[in-house]
Ligand binder design. Structure first.
Ligand code: SAH
Ligand code: SF4
Ligand code: F3S
Length: 482
């Protein structure tokens, strides 16, 4: 590992901030301890997460601070502190939050010292904050994505005040390192490598609520992965909205300016880390260097999530995706040639303004030719403030529904056919949990991200094991330990 790379001076200025936040945890602890005496039991806290892996990772930070302050973790919103970490990528995510908030107010009626907080992407939208101020007066604390590192401080203020506290920042260039984290899984972890997005796809709210791209210094990422490995983590997932543009925001003379492919290699060198995933690469920036690094490193999972969004070149242009149908198919072809055992999954939006039946035919054509192992299909949701929201040719609901169903059918057929290809194979899986529906079964994840359920003992959770794939059930397998 090159020492130079790990020498970047980026972010050192924020060390003082993380120490400051640790002091606020101490102050909050005194208040939670007083509350414990008053209640005659340990106060409970619940973190409710919506949205993507990046939000899930943020929630692990929120939970760590709540636990350090003295709260006991609970899944029930009928608790002493509830925080909603919101997503606003589609309108239904917003609606779900308001529904849950409404229910939460009933808990507060029977437990008046309860505190309700709300943070995350939705809070970066002024209208959402105004709506809460007006119609959800019982909320105690509102903050956004840019100042989440201040949660200890905000928690402390919230515990000593009866007023609604609102702290939203429009932007930040800060990345505060070394805040506490409480992992959901002891054996696997997400690792943020960058925050924000500069791509401005015309349908997407993320660049507005998460701000411009900011990459973490390689030394901080490597140090975090080393610490995780020492703590028993075997699988890491490197997270960013467009991981391929990792490091592009560094100055040219910064020794820490390295490509995403190089960063992946460095992470693969860490002893104890046995599997490395990443999410999400953008097709327009997928380099040959990255393909070569994946081909060389067996630690890198045989799975590439490559969002397509649409298979129609004109729609792609209007989405500002910066690739054509043919570009995408050539990239898939290149991946298949260099990495024949890789599973490719994707995201697709149906109903983008101006999308005709013929445009959806193009998308279906790509699904058939790319042989996706799985695809997440979303109905287009108009996001206020994005360019596409003011496009005139919004698609009638009826046509969207028809196109969505047509596409979904092909996606499911293709996924089944691709998954079936592994039938009878022996695959190495990371055992993640007891099966949700049958306690005698364990659930493991293959390198290609497919799940397999098999009989086993829950002591094996967190271990790698070889499993024979016996029965294919569409997206997943039932198998047996070897
Ligand atoms: N940065 C990633 C993921 C962004 S959000 C990427 O570029 O792919 C995850 C997915 O949500 C996107 O891939 C897209 O398919 C979907 N999405 C984003 N905005 C949407 C909108 N306005 N309506 C419907 N789906 C949307
Ligand atoms: Fe949204 Fe596009 Fe950025 Fe992904 S790349 S987060 S879809 S703007
Ligand atoms: Fe949603 Fe924010 Fe992620 S809008 S998808 S939680 S970055």
């Amino acid at each position: 590992m090159s020492i130079n790379v790990l020498n970047s001076s980026k972010n050192d200025v924020t060390d003082a901030e993380s120490l400051r936040q640790l002091e606020f945890i101490e102050l909050a602890k005194q208040k939670v301890s007083a509350l414990e005496k008053e209640l005659g039991r340990k106060p409970k806290a619940c973190v409710v997460t919506f949205g993507c892996q990046m939000n899930a990772r943020d929630s692990e930070k929120l939970l760590a601070i709540l636990k350090l302050a003295g709260y006991e973790e609970t899944d029930s919103e009928d608790s002493d502190f509830v925080i909603y970490n919101t997503c606003t990528v589609r309108d239904n995510a917003d609606q779900r939050v308001f529904g849950r908030l409404g229910q939460c107010s009933n808990h507060k009626k029977s437990n008046p010292h309860m505190k309700i907080a709300i943070c995350g992407c939705m809070m970066q939208e002024q209208e959402a904050v105004e709506k809460i101020q007006k119609s959800y007066r019982f909320v105690d604390l509102i903050f956004g994505t840019h100042n989440i590192y201040k949660f200890a401080e905000l928690l402390n203020t919230c515990l000593e005040s009866d007023r609604m506290i609102i702290d939203i920042w429009k932007e930040t260039d800060k990345i505060v390192e070394d805040l506490p984290v409480f992992r959901k899984y002891p054996f696997k972890s997400g690792v943020n490598i960058m925050f924000g997005c500069n791509n401005f796809c015309t349908y997407c709210i993320v660049p507005y609520v998460r701000g411009r791209e900011r990459s973490r210094a390689p030394k901080d990422i490597i140090r975090e992965c080393e610490k995780l490995a020492a703590d028993g983590v075997k699988e890491v997932m490197l997270l960013g909205q467009n991981v391929n543009s990792y490091g592009l925001d560094f100055k040219d003379d910064d020794p820490g300016k390295i490509s995403f492919a190089h960063l992946l290699e460095l992470v693969c060198e860490i002893e104890g880390i046995e599997r490395v995933r990443f999410m999400t690469p953008h097709p327009k920036d997928f380099s040959d260097e990255l393909l070569d690094v994946i081909a060389k490193n067996r630690k890198i999972a045989r799975h590439i999530h490559l969002p397509l969004q649409s298979g129609n070149t004109e729609i792609l242009r209007r989405m500002n995706r910066k690739y054509t149908k043919d570009d995408y198919l050539s990239l898939v072809q290149k991946i298949r040639t260099k990495l024949p055992d890789v599973a490719i999954t994707t995201d697709i939006i149906v109903g983008f303004p101006g999308e005709t039946k013929e445009a959806v035919d193009d998308t279906i054509d790509v699904v058939k030719k790319a042989h996706f192992n799985n695809a997440f299909t979303f109905i287009y949701s108009k996001r206020t403030g994005t360019p596409a929201a003011s496009f005139e040719d919004q698609v009638p609901e009826e046509l969207v529904k028809e196109n969505f169903d047509r596409l979904l059918k092909v996606v499911q057929e293709e996924a089944k056919e691709q998954t079936l290809k592994y039938d009878g194979q022996i695959q190495r899986v990371l055992i993640e949990s007891v099966n949700d529906h049958d306690e005698s079964l364990l659930t493991g994840r293959m390198s290609n991200n497919t799940l397999v359920h098999f009989p086993g003992n829950k002591e094996m959770i967190g271990e790698f094991a070889d499993v024979k794939l016996l029965e294919c059930h569409g997206f997943y397998y039932v198998g047996e330990l070897i």
